[in-house]
Design a protein around this ligand. Structure first.
Ligand code: FNR
Length: 361
C-alpha cells in the first residue's frame, strides 16, 4: 500500500507487514470456516441509508453518554487480548489513545499490561472485561484491583465457555505469553505440542459451568455496573434484563467463537426490541466505517465497540495508529451525519436506514 492509510481498512495491510505471521493470524482470524467473520462486515453492506435533506448541519455534535460517562463519540475500544504482541507498549498505548480521543477503553482480562499499569498511564475512562475462570478467587482479586484502580464498569464476556476453533492458531501452534495480571496467582503458560496453546489454556482454565445464577455471585463481589457481552438473541436479552444487568453488548466475539452465528448487525434490532429501553444496548462486530456506526445507532445501539481495527492501528503505528483509527471513524461518522441530515446522535433514527428485508418487501 502506498502513502498514509485513508480508511481504517488500510491499517490491516500495515499490520500484516509489521507483525510476525503467528500474531497477525491470531488477530485477524475467526472460527472454523469464517462464515460469520465475512458476514459481520458484509451484512453492513446490505443496509442502505435514507438521508434527509435541507436540515441545518452546520454544527454536528457526535458526543453521547455511556452508563452516564460523557464520550466524544459513540465509538469505544473493545476488549482485545494481549496488545504487547502487537506493539511493545501494549495496552498502555491503547489507553492513552482512548484518553486522547475522549472515549472508553474496555481492558481485556487477558491483557499484557497490568490493570494498574494501564490505570496509571492516563486518565481514560476504563471498563474491565472479565472471563470467569474455574479459579473464582483469581477473578475476585482481579475485580477488586480494577475497582481500586478506578475502572468504571465490568464487562462480563458470556460467549466463551470454551475457546472457538480458530484453525490458523492451531496450525501456527499459537503461543500465549505469561500474562502479567496473573503473576503470582496463576500460570498462563501451557504446553500443547499439538495445536493452539491458547485453546489448551482456555480449556484448562475457563469455567464452562458459568450460568445465569452466577450473576448473583458477581454482584456480591463488585459494586461496579455489570454489562454482559455476547448476547445474540431476544431470549437471552430478556433474561439479562431479568437478572438485573446494567447493559448488554450485542457481540459474536468478532466471529471468533461460534461460526454460523448471524452477523451482529442483523440481530441488533431483535435485542433492542426485547430490551425495550430498560438498559443500554451496545454493539460490536465488523465496524469498519462511519456509516457502520451510523447504521448501528439507527438500529438502536447506544454506542459501538471496535476490535480488530484498533489492534491493526496499534501494530502499525502504536498509540498514534489507534488514535488515527478512532479519529477516522469519528470523521466518517460526522460526514455521514451531515449528509443524512442529523446534527446530533439523537437525530439518528430507524427511518434513516433501510434493511435488506425492507428493500425486498
Ligand atoms: C477479541 N475479543 C475479545 N473479547 C473479549 O471479551 N475478551 C478478549 O480478551 C477478547 N480478545 C480478542 C482478541 C482479538 C485479537 C480479537 C479480534 C477479538 C472480541 C472483541 O471484544 C470484539 O467482540 C470483536 O473484536 C469485535 O469485532 P471486530 O471489531 O474485531 O470486527
Amino acid at each position: 500500500m502506498e502513502g498514509e492509510p485513508v480508511n481504517v481498512k488500510e491499517f490491516q495491510e500495515l499490520a500484516r507487514q509489521a507483525l510476525p505471521k503467528m500474531y497477525y493470524d491470531y488477530y485477524t482470524g475467526g472460527a472454523e470456516d469464517q462464515y460469520t467473520l465475512k458476514e459481520n462486515v458484509e451484512a453492513f453492506h446490505r443496509i442502505t441509508l435514507r438521508p434527509r435533506v435541507l436540515v441545518d448541519v452546520s454544527r454536528i455534535d457526535l458526543s453521547t453518554t455511556v452508563l452516564g460517562y460523557r464520550v466524544s463519540a459513540p465509538i469505544m475500544i473493545a476488549p482485545t487480548a494481549m496488545h504487547k504482541l502487537a506493539h511493545p507498549e501494549g495496552e498502555v498505548a491503547t489507553a492513552r489513545a482512548a484518553a486522547a480521543c475522549n472515549t472508553i477503553m474496555v481492558l481485556s482480562f487477558m491483557s499484557t499490561c497490568t490493570v494498574e499499569e494501564v490505570a496509571s498511564s492516563c486518565d481514560a475512562i476504563r471498563f474491565f472485561q472479565l472471563y470467569v475462570y474455574k479459579r473464582r478467587d483469581v477473578c475476585a482479586q482481579l475485580l477488586q484491583r480494577a475497582e481500586r484502580n478506578g475502572y468504571k464498569g465490568i464487562v462480563l464476556t458470556v460467549d466463551t465457555p470454551r475457546l472457538g476453533r480458530r484453525e490458523a492458531d492451531i496450525k501456527n501452534k499459537m503461543v500465549a505469553p505469561q500474562l502479567k495480571n496473573f503473576e503470582g496467582l496463576l500460570s498462563t503458560e501451557v504446553d500443547d505440542e499439538e495445536g493452539s496453546n491458547l485453546e489448551a489454556f482456555a480449556k484448562e482454565t475457563f469455567d464452562d459451568a458459568l450460568s445465569w445464577r452466577d450473576l448473583g455471585w458477581l454482584r456480591s463481589i463488585t459494586n461496579l455496573p455489570i454489562l454482559i457481552k455476547g448476547v445474540l438473541t431476544r431470549e437471552d436479552a430478556l433474561k439479562a434484563v431479568e437478572v438485573g444487568v446494567d447493559g448488554i453488548i450485542v457481540s459474536n466475539h468478532g466471529a471468533r467463537q461460534l461460526d454460523f452465528t448471524p452477523a451482529t448487525i442483523s440481530v441488533l434490532e431483535e435485542v433492542v426490541h426485547a430490551v425495550g429501553g430498560k438498559v443500554p444496548v451496545l454493539f460490536d462486530g465488523g465496524v469498519r466505517r462511519g456509516t457502520d456506526v451510523f447504521k448501528a445507532l439507527a438500529l438502536g445501539a447506544q454506542a459501538v465497540l471496535v476490535g480488530r481495527p484498533v489492534v491493526y492501528g496499534l501494530a502499525a503505528k502504536g498509540e498514534y495508529g489507534v488514535k488515527r483509527v478512532i479519529q477516522m471513524l469519528k470523521d466518517e461518522l460526522e460526514l455521514t451525519m451531515a449528509l443524512s441530515g442529523c446534527s446530533s446522535v439523537k437525530d439518528i433514527t430507524r427511518s434513516h436506514i433501510r434493511t435488506e428485508r425492507e428493500r425486498l418487501q
